[in-house]
Design a protein around this ligand. Sequence first.
Ligand SMILES: Cc1cc2nc3c(=O)[nH]c(=O)nc-3n(C[C@H](O)[C@H](O)[C@H](O)COP(=O)(O)O)c2cc1C
Length: 183
Amino acid sequence: MNKKNLYIYAILGTSRPKSYTGYALDLVVDELLSDRFQNIKSVEILRPNHVSLDFPDIISGDSDAEKIKKNIIKADGLIFATPEYHGSIAAMAKLIIENLGFPSVLKDKPIALLGCAAGRSGAVKALEQLSVILTHVGALPIHHPTSIGSVRSAFDIHGNCIDRDIEGKIRNLATNLVMQLTK
Ligand SMILES: Cc1cc2nc3c(=O)[nH]c(=O)nc-3n(C[C@H](O)[C@H](O)[C@H](O)COP(=O)(O)O)c2cc1C
């Protein structure tokens, strides 16, 4: 693997406006683009409230799936962030995965997982399910996914993280991903 000029593609698995998972993902991207990492060429975020995706075999003609697939194909590594909704991944997260082809362009891609939940026990169920799905399509979920509980008290209304420990935990995902991609 080329250890320099890494291109990271980050997927936000919800279209909910002012998503806390989105705030957490922004922190990871901020960390990746910091001076700590000299080997990152660029990071791009898929924010699904700005894209059009179809359900399987329904062709609307304005799907962004091909554009997303191209970005994933050229990515050295990915981040997949999902909130926990009803003890599971968000429907949008699953819809994104269902738009990535069969076989999936996620095959053989290292992916760092981030999950956020309002509940204190975190996004453990969502992350377990996301890991199973990604493994099923041949992706390589990185060990030790980052689960953030009580996420709504960790950020202020502007999306700034106000809990140093949680911020450190979220930013550490960037280190885990880069270590995995450069080892
Ligand atoms: C449809 C829906 C279902 C949810 N189900 C759960 C849940 O099962 N457990 C939980 O801790 N929080 C649940 N939440 C709260 C989210 O975890 C909370 O909104 C949190 O901020 C992360 O989601 P966000 O990225 O959309 O902000 C749910 C929220 C929605 C919108």
